[in-house]
Design a protein around this ligand. Structure first.
Ligand code: AP5
Ligand code: MG
Ligand code: ZN
Length: 216
């Protein structure tokens, strides 16, 4: 059958946190377009140079680039790839392209889960977020602090903030989300594929709800 999950939701709804945990438990690869882009920016490769200014401003990267990155990822994974998609698709054009990519491979539509939180919650989660520079594990200064300040519990490496986690950029990311990504939520809802969960509760409760859906 294959495990294919798409996590939709506003910035800081917990897509990355939950995708990482699900990936470990279900042994299915986690794909985050945001993380693929940040890695490319760090490497300063062609994709990195193209996307950098969009990410810095909190704007979505153009569809053509984003779709190509996901298509490449899928192509490297054989005939029936499994995945937990985090942050893609987030425009109607991306959703249409993604539906086609799966259709062409003869794959059934994915489980699409909408993790929702309020914009106030998004803001406070983002402004306290810390990520491990080595393993990518996510923390929050107040909501899930590391045992030792500034250091990853899992691997002992340094924690840092994302460059796009400023109040100004978050407001733009929320604007982009409202105008471009909410229609994707409606797209999957109208196809009868959408499942919705409350992302405003503790991490373990969100995880349990997701795992239940994944195992249905
Ligand atoms: P991306 O990296 O996808 O950012 P985002 O969508 O804004 O989402 P975040 O990563 O900020 O939040 P998250 O939902 O992963 O939450 P997290 O688990 O970290 O995209 C970045 C940029 O890349 C975009 O702005 C755009 O430019 C570009 N891009 C990416 N994909 C694109 C696409 N498809 N098309 C075009 N452009 C694209 O959690 C957040 C914080 O909250 C953490 O500190 C965490 O510890 C904490 N937390 C998590 N869960 C809980 C909980 N239940 N209770 C309390 N705290 C919690
Ligand atoms: Mg994320
Ligand atoms: Zn780490």
């Amino acid at each position: 059958m294959g495990c294919r999950i798409v996590l939709l939701g506003p910035p800081a709804s917990g897509k990355g946190t939950q995708a990482k945990a699900l990936s470990t438990t279900l042994r299915v690869p986690h794909v985050s377009t945001g993380q693929l882009f940040r890695d490319a920016v760090r490497r300063q490769d062609a994709v990195g140079l193209r996307v950098r200014s969009f990410i810095e401003k909190g704007e979505l990267v153009p569809d053509e680039t984003t779709i190509a990155v996901v298509e490449d990822w899928l192509n490297e994974r054989g005939r029936s790839p499994e995945f937990i998609m985090d942050g893609f698709p987030r425009t109607i054009a991306q959703a249409a392209a993604f539906d086609q990519m799966l259709g062409h491979r003869g794959l059934r539509p994915p489980l699409v889960v909408f993790i929702d939180i309020t914009e106030e919650n998004a803001m406070s989660r983002i402004l306290g977020r810390l990520g491990c520079t080595n393993c990518g594990n996510l923390y929050h200064e107040r909501f899930s602090p590391p045992r030792v300040t500034g250091t990853c519990d899992q691997c002992g490496q340094r924690l840092e903030r994302r460059d796009d986690d400023t109040a100004v950029t978050v407001r733009e990311r929320l604007r982009q989300y409202r105008s471009l990504t909410l229609p994707v939520v409606d797209h999957y809802r109208s196809m009868g594929l959408l499942r919705e969960i409350d992302g405003g509760v503790d991490k373990q409760s969100v995880f349990n709800a997701l795992l239940k859906l994944a195992r249905e």
